[in-house]
Design a binder for this molecule. Structure first.
Ligand code: AMP
Ligand code: ZN
Length: 113
């Protein structure tokens, strides 16, 4: 399967790693929208939130735990941050491997839509 983020996990495409374990990989977004902009992705290919099921959803809880840990390590936990996953064209999803943006380090816009 031709997937940019699967290629990043395999190391075929370079990335700036922030965290890795057996289930997830986290790396710096190539086009940061905030001083801290990390992408946290499952190592298993899941295309988007649309493809989260009762069978594969455990990793999403783990991703949120990793987001909380990284937020503390990166010094943004106290001031606050956002964790967001875009799903499909109306949300502007551009890479179809599930990912959670961890954004912080500045006052983020409160616009939800
Ligand atoms: P989304 O628009 O929610 O699908 O987010 C995809 C994100 O992936 C965007 O914020 C891009 O800047 C980021 N991105 C695309 N290619 C790379 C790459 N090679 N390394 C790191 N981040 C990337
Ligand atoms: Zn993939």
């Amino acid at each position: 399967m031709d997937c940019l983020f699967c290629s990043i996990i395999k190391g075929d495409i370079p990335s700036t790693k922030v965290y890795e374990d057996d289930q997830v990989y986290a790396f710096k977004d190539i086009n940061p929208m905030a001083p801290v902009h990390v992408l946290i992705i499952p190592k298993q290919h899941i295309s988007s939130v649309n493809d989260i099921t009762e069978e594969n959803c455990a990793v999403t809880g783990h991703i949120l735990a990793v987001a909380a840990k990284l937020a503390k390590e990166l010094g943004i936990a106290e001031d606050g941050y956002r964790v967001v996953s875009n799903c499909g064209p109306n949300a502007g999803q551009t890479v179809f491997h599930l990912h959670f943006h961890l954004l912080g380090g500045k006052k983020l816009k409160v616009e939800m839509c």
